[in-house]
Design a protein around this ligand. Structure first.
Ligand code: SAH
Length: 223
């Protein structure tokens, strides 16, 4: 149903169609192997999530500015984090920290039953919801708040995805995972960042250090 909505959104946009084919090939070449994730990332009209002036760059595999000092993530990292989240097992509910443009939330909404997404900047938070509504993605709930606290009323989550770099793992957030659930996040390590997956086990948490990352910082307080 939701996929049909997205396909319809593309029907009259041949230029975007060509862009998405190139992006698909590029993501495959970069090692993304989950076919469903590949299709969904390339399917969603990314040009809807950025300023019109940047429209010609929408299907490049790069992060782009979305105002307020923030960025829409690079398609590769969106695909990679989604793939990592889904390969851990059944994933029905996902919490996203850092709604930003709403692109990652849209990808998740096409792949899991329910998405909860939190954004600290009111100016961005207000823009994401109508975009996803236009794509007929209705299985998403939005919150203006500090994502480091999670969304306790809706917990536990099978997956948590953080799209801003954290200095450490917010303990209260990890506690909102189901047993077997996992959190994928960029962690600040020295002068750089590493993409990490944390899986909740019976005895605690399993920590996997995966690859370099480059995200805007996770910040406290609301804007
Ligand atoms: N997922 C986004 C990426 C946005 S960039 C997309 O697909 O476009 C990271 C976002 O995290 C920014 O919008 C930033 O404002 C937000 N952010 C940073 N710290 C936060 C926090 N503590 N709680 C919620 N959102 C936060």
């Amino acid at each position: 149903m939701t996929e049909t909505a997205c396909r319809a959104a593309f029907a009259h946009e041949p230029q975007a169609q060509r862009g998405r084919q190139r992006l698909l090939a590029r993501l495959e070449a970069s090692g993304i192997s989950n076919q469903q994730v590949l299709e969904v990332v390339a399917e969603i009209p990314r040009h809807w999530f950025i300023d019109e002036a940047l429209g010609t760059r929408a299907y490049e595999d790069s992060a782009l500015p979305i105002g307020h000092g923030q960025t829409i993530s690079q398609p590769y990292i969106v695909a990679r984090m989604t793939e990592l989240l889904l390969e851990s097992g059944p994933c029905s509910t996902v919490l996203e920290i850092g709604t930003g443009s709403g692109f990652q939330a849209a990808v998740l909404a096409m792949l899991v039953r329910r998405v909860y997404t939190i954004e600290r900047l009111a100016a961005l938070w207000g823009l994401a919801e109508p975009r996803l509504r236009a794509l007929k993605l209705r299985n998403v709930r939005y919150r203006h708040g500090d994502g480091r606290l999670g969304w306790p009323e809706m917990a536990p989550f099978d997956g948590i995805i953080m799209t801003a770099a954290s200095e450490g793992i917010p303990r209260g957030l990890a506690e909102q995972l189901t047993l077997g659930g996992c959190m994928v996040l960029p962690l600040v390590v020295g002068a750089g960042q590493r993409l990490v997956r944390l899986t909740r086990t019976r005895s605690g948490f399993r920590h996997e250090d995966l690859e370099p990352a480059m995200f805007v910082p996770l910040l406290g307080g609301l804007g």
